[in-house]
Ligand binder design. Sequence first.
Ligand code: FEO
Length: 162
Amino acid sequence: MISDKMEKALNDQIKEEYFSSYLYLAMSAHLKAVNLDGFAHWMKIQSQEEMTHALKLFDYVNEQQGKIVLEGIGKPPSEWNAPLTIFEEAYKHEQKISGLINRLVDLAIAEKDHATAGFLQWFVKEQVEEEATAADIVHKLKMVGDSNQGLFMIDRFLGERK
Ligand code: FEO
């Protein structure tokens, strides 16, 4: 059993995870359009991963006999000027999501909802990984700068993501 407040906050997070998925799918489409297939592939997988995050929350709310109320998902941008801009935005977005997860944990603790606080620990750990991965790609892109050869190598590397 979860409180109405916790239920609403978890429903809001489902929307945020779907928005993340939508944002990364838009980024993937843009990267594909500029022939960076490896980058596009990586982003598409990331988009799919975000949906699994949303469904994890969905299943938890159901398991706790809460009510799912799906919110509208915002429209993501469709144009970016460079892969570096995209990955900087993705990194900033993940930092924002980490903040939202932390707020959910704060709420669970304030409500003495140990089950939800425990459940959310998976997301806390996942966010550390998500931020680190995005930051690493930003770092690599900054290292290669304007080198097309460097960009091509990162593209090949990201295209190997399973
Ligand atoms: Fe579901 Fe990338 O956070």
